[in-house]
Unconditional design. Structure first.
Length: 335
């Protein structure tokens, strides 16, 4: 009887101790997240709509961060911060290195603000991050190579900043990447061939940069690619034939470059989902292939301001879903 009582006392004490340890760790984790957000707030120099001023409490002893505007938490991990969405808050300032302490963060959206300065290296600690949107800010300099250290990343938007230099090779490590949007920066150099080694890439947007060289043949390895946006660069050479073998492709936009050569005679044999083809303002020549009639889902066809010649194929008239057709400023016969 005495042994049973001793065992009961021991078990009860053990449960109390373990509960205390767990609660202590949970409290420490919550404090870490809160401190990180508070430090981020102190790096903000302008909060024009007072969204943080009125909703984020500097007092680290009161209110759960899970109730703060733009903050979401996960129930599976003791209410750790898993999402931060402050898009369109109009904030001005720099990114605090303390954001790297939000180690359970999966979604980060700071787009449509006016953040400047370097992106802190400490953000490479966000190993659970799946989506990051830094678009429409004023970040400058080269794209950080440490983005390649975020193994779970599926979505990366760096649109409308002033990033310079080439696209870092370290991004080739992001094997789960589905969407990469770098439109409207000042990127230079060639389009990397290693894009062909990203098996899950669905959207690649490199519009409005200063990229040069050829469109890589390696795009033919992107079996999941649906949207390819390359307009407003300085690309040369031909449109690779292999791109017209991507059965998943829905949109090809490569207008306002220096592309030359011809369109493949069988261009529409293997792209049944193509809805948008735009190669306006290049140096393409030759005939428009009658095979264009096999692109039965085509809604927009923009071939103007090139050197196409011959007759406009009658097969275009069979494209029942076509909404927009641009063929002007070419060398067609009979017009």
């Amino acid at each position: 009887m005495e042994n049973n009582y001793s065992f009961f006392i021991f078990s009860t004490l053990l449960i109390i101790i373990l509960s205390s340890i767990i609660n202590s760790k949970t409290s420490l984790a919550a404090t870490t997240d809160k401190n990180a957000l508070v430090q981020f707030k102190t790096s903000i120099t302008s909060d024009p709509y007072r969204l943080l001023a009125q909703n984020w409490s500097i007092d680290t002893s009161s209110s759960s961060v899970c109730q703060w505007i733009g903050v979401s938490c996960g129930t599976k991990h003791n209410n750790r911060v898993t999402g931060l969405n402050i898009s369109g808050f109009g904030l001005r300032g720099t990114l605090s290195p303390h954001l790297g302490n939000l180690t359970f963060l999966r979604y980060l959206d700071i787009s449509y603000n006016n953040f400047t300065g370097p992106i802190p290296r400490e953000l490479s600690r966000l190993r659970r991050l799946r989506s990051i949107d830094m678009g429409f800010n004023s970040f400058a300099g080269q794209i950080p190579t440490w983005f390649g250290e975020l193994p779970q990343l599926e979505i990366m938007r760096l649109t409308n900043n002033t990033f310079t230099g080439s696209i870092p090779q370290e991004l080739s490590l992001l094997q789960r990447l589905r969407l990469l949007d770098m439109e409207a920066n000042s990127l230079t150099g060639q389009i990397p061939v290693w894009f062909g080694a990203l098996p899950q890439l669905e959207l690649l947007n490199l519009r409005n940069n200063t990229l040069s060289g050829r469109i890589p043949e390696e795009f033919g390895n992107c079996s999941s690619l649906q949207l390819l946006y390359l307009s407003f660069n300085q690309l040369t050479g031909s449109v690779p034939y292999i791109i017209f073998n991507l059965s998943s492709i829905r949109e090809i936009r490569a207008s306002y470059n220096y592309l030359s050569g011809t369109l493949p005679s069988d261009m529409c044999n293997n792209i049944p989902s193509l809805t948008f083809l735009a190669v306006t303002s290049n140096q393409l020549e030759g005939h428009i292939p009658p095979n264009i009639g096999n692109c039965t889902k085509l809604e927009v066809l923009s071939l103007s301001a090139n050197r196409f010649n011959g007759e406009i194929p009658s097969e275009i008239a069979s494209l029942s879903m076509l909404r927009e057709l641009y063929l002007g400023v070419n060398e067609f016969k009979g017009i």
